[in-house]
Design a protein around this ligand. Structure first.
Ligand code: TXA
Ligand code: MG
Length: 556
């Protein structure tokens, strides 16, 4: 069969031409044919929902199990009484508020809706799509249009006409191109035949928006986890493995920083990665599909299916996906990703705790870090990392040489004295050097934590906050102590004069600086380091426990 392509991306153009195409598509529908239609959520594969033969052809074209009912697409709430009965007033309230839009309501059906459409259920799904082209075609056809998503059954849904042609080309009469879908995930399905109404599928209309109108909404268990063999799916479609690329998918939840680190640690050479824009650079050399910014759930919804479909075609061995939290559209995006993964989900940060430890000389950072080691933690000494990078990192050496010509000797060693003389006393030059170090140090430390895997880490840096290393930390802790104590301690420790000890302390940031910027302060007034180390051990032990509990709650 030749699939006709109607381009209706620009409907402000030639009115006559637009009307002709709308009429032609509507005619195919009325005559029992299949037409793929654009909607704001995903493309639908439409047929006359009152024509059992036409509806059967949808199941054939998609390879869809017969027991999975279809949604009737209508032009507004005025059509509800034609196909539904016992309609609760709430249905009209919701329609007024959210139609046309990404909300599907489950209502009691009337007998004129064929069993083929409802898979013999006594309810029917109805929705009014928010797309001018779909609405014009349905209106012109004069019949409710039964339309599942236009993908081959089991594949990710189609959000462009090109996707539809890939799956349905040659199998259906026509595809109407209305541009790419603005929402990108399917409609939210709400069952209004029970009390309280039940969310069967999260989608383009956030649960929070529904709750504002409906009050309490029960969330079906199929939304957040795989159903057991003996559990009945209230939306039959929720029981099937879905949206799944060929390679196995693992979804990684948790804060974006943590999930990126976890993926970096796990993803092998041949792996594909679906990640937020901010983290794409971490996966250079691997196949990457970006979802948009971690803050932009609308973009994530628009792109999630395209990302999954792209991986369907390439030969990656496994796929890792970063996952947004469940707020707003995040619930729908994470549901689609998790379904693609067969609910194979890893919680990135429950098992890893990263603390940032900072503070001036003589306050007791060393003992605090010993306490972390006592608790089995790994300490990352950023000063040592920097010095290692001076020999090991070409990027750092190049950046320094460019900004400070002659900083490196001919034999490749750094002329510390020369560099020191240039930056000390010249604020601007020091800022330039710091900018270079901070820019390259943060990703290096990030990599070290990522490659280290689960467990407890402490990032030890006097410049923790200025560097931006605090971004990698679950919590930051300032180690502080009264100046007089610090003077005595460093005199004893380093064998220097009181005057020199005071000079060194005054060259550093004050305790107030650290105190006001860190999450916690650990004030060290202990006489002996061993005493403070014990106190710190208790403090960190409790803090780590709190963080772990918090993470488990967030991810569940
Ligand atoms: O955004 C959407 O809803 C898109 C566009 C094309 O409108 N359509 C869509 O249809 O996603 P489909 O067939 O891919 O998903 C419909 C879901 C299935 O999970 C199906 O089981 C469920 O709705 N469903 C349909 N009728 C139902 C009913 N009477 N009771 C419970 N669930 C129903
Ligand atoms: Mg579907």
């Amino acid at each position: 069969m030749q699939t006709i392509y109607y381009d209706l991306r620009d409907i402000r153009g030639q009115q006559k031409e637009v009307e002709e195409k709308v009429r032609a598509a509507a005619k195919i529908l009325r005559e029992g044919g299949l037409v793929a239609l654009p909607t704001e959520t995903v493309y639908g594969l439409g047929a006359n929902g009152l024509d059992p033969n036409a509806v059967n052809r949808i199941f054939e074209a998609k390879g869809r199990p017969q027991d999975n009912p279809l949604i009737l697409h209508i032009t507004g709430a005025q059509w509800l009484p034609r196909f539904c009965q016992d309609i609760p007033p709430m249905a009209y309230t919701l329609a007024r508020k959210f139609w046309p839009g990404p909300l599907t309501m489950i209502l009691k059906r009337k007998a004129n809706v064929p069993d083929e459409t409802t898979a013999k259920l006594d309810t029917v799904a109805v929705r009014c799509p928010n797309h001018p082209v779909a609405l014009a075609i349905i209106r012109e056809a004069g019949v409710p249009v039964a339309a599942p998503s236009a993908n081959t059954s089991g594949r990710p849904s189609c959000t462009s006409a090109a996707d539809v042609l890939e799956d349905m080309g040659g199998k259906i009469e026509a595809v109407v191109d209305g541009g790419s879908c603005s929402v990108g995930v399917e409609s939210t399905i709400l069952d209004l035949t029970c009390q309280p109404p039940r969310l069967l599928r999260p989608g383009g209309l956030p649960l929070e928006a529904l709750e504002q109108v409906v009050g309490t909404v029960a969330v079906d268990k199929a939304v957040t986890r795989a159903l057991q063999m003996d559990e009945v799916a209230r939306a039959p479609g929720m029981k099937y493995r879905h949206y799944a690329p060929k390679a196995p998918v693992t979804v990684v939840t948790g804060s974006p920083d943590a999930s990126a680190r976890e993926i970096l640690r796990r993803a092998g050479e041949g792996a594909g990665v679906i990640c937020f824009d901010e983290y794409a650079h971490l996966f250079d050399g691997r196949r990457v599909q970006t979802l948009g910014s971690s803050f932009d759930k609308q973009a994530q919804a628009q792109r999630v299916f395209a990302a999954l479909r792209t991986f369907d075609e390439c030969d990656v061995t496994e796929i890792y996906a970063q996952c947004p939290d469940n707020q707003g559209l995040g619930l729908a995006v994470s549901n689609r990703l998790k379904k693609a993964a067969g609910f194979h989900v890893i919680e990135a940060d429950a098992a890893r705790v990263v603390l940032g430890i900072t503070g001036g000389t003589g306050a007791g950072k060393t003992s605090a870090l010993d306490a972390i080691r006592d608790l089995g933690g790994t300490v990352i000494d950023c000063d040592a990392v920097y010095h290692e990078m001076l020999t090991g990192s070409a990027a750092l050496r190049d950046a320094i040489s460019q900004c400070f010509p002659g900083a490196f000797e001919a034999d490749g060693t750094l002329n510390r004295k020369k560099l020191g003389e240039e930056v000390f006393g010249q604020k601007e030059r020091l800022a330039q050097l710091n900018e270079i170090i901070f820019r390259l140090l943060v990703p290096e430390v990030e990599r070290m934590v990522a490659e280290g895997g689960d467990g407890l880490y402490a990032i030890d840096a006097i410049n923790l906050l200025e560097c931006g290393l605090d971004r990698l930390c679950d919590r930051t802790v300032a180690v502080t102590a009264p100046v007089e104590l610090r003077v005595r301690r460093i005199m004893a420790r380093d064998g220097i004069t009181e005057q020199y000890a005071r000079l060194r302390i005054s060259a550093q940031k004050t305790d107030e600086f650290y105190r006001s910027r860190c999450d916690y302060e650990l004030n060290n007034i202990a006489e002996l380091p061993e005493q403070f180390r014990q106190e710190a051990r208790l403090f960190f032990g409790r803090l780590i426990e709190t963080i772990r509990q918090e993470k488990c709650r967030e991810n569940n």
